[in-house]
Design a protein around this ligand. Sequence first.
Ligand SMILES: [Zn+2]
Length: 265
Amino acid sequence: MTTATEAAVAQAAALLRRARSGIAFTGAGVSVESGIPHFRGEGGLWTKFDPYKVAHIDTFRKDPSQYWTYSLNHRRPEAEPNPAHRALVELERLGHLRAVITQNTDGLHQRAGSKEVIELHGSSHSVVCLDCEARFPRDQVDRMNREHCPPSCPACGGQFLKPTVVLFGEALPMPALREAQALAMAADVVLIVGSSLQVYPAAGIPRLARQHGAELCIVNAEPTPKPARSCPRSSAGWRPARESPRLGRSGRRLGKQPRSAPWAR
Ligand SMILES: [Zn+2]
């Protein structure tokens, strides 16, 4: 690590050590080391696929086979949690984090051992029939999908089996969003890992926390938008991430990690 990064890590550690109602906010970047491809930015899936064709609810309702073909080729059910997931488990165990709020649908935070995980974009581990609302394990539907694409509902024969993830054009699950907002308003520190903070309304969670006085610690590979432009408690200026990693009052940055993107696998 460079001296600047070491200093940023030390500052982040001090920040987290003091945290009593901290939360983590994670995006796709946290799972890249687990072999799960990210979406936006260089090499991301959305540079190869049009998300409005493969992951939009309107397209899905017209032809679910596009989604299921894409999913068959890019889902990584064998992925294992990586040290970043496990570090968040440890911070929760030590009492510094109350919850992990994630944009990811891969379930790796839970598999790593995080107890309190809020999935803003749903979960890719189960599938629901849009006709009869029956639910099925993802593994079962993946097996069906390999035999016939798109898979049909085993219960009613319907053609619209959809993973319980939030596709483009769909609303976030309200209970998860409300819980995340409540945690954000009560948070003293938000550790943001692997999120580009570009996808709303999820990216509004760190902004909300900031507006209620939380410190932000951003760990991301690429520049992120300023989280709280109108924050009345912001006193230090925002610097783009291309400058040296730094921790500042209005937005704390730390080193480089894979960047984030939205969900939908
Ligand atoms: Zn059905």
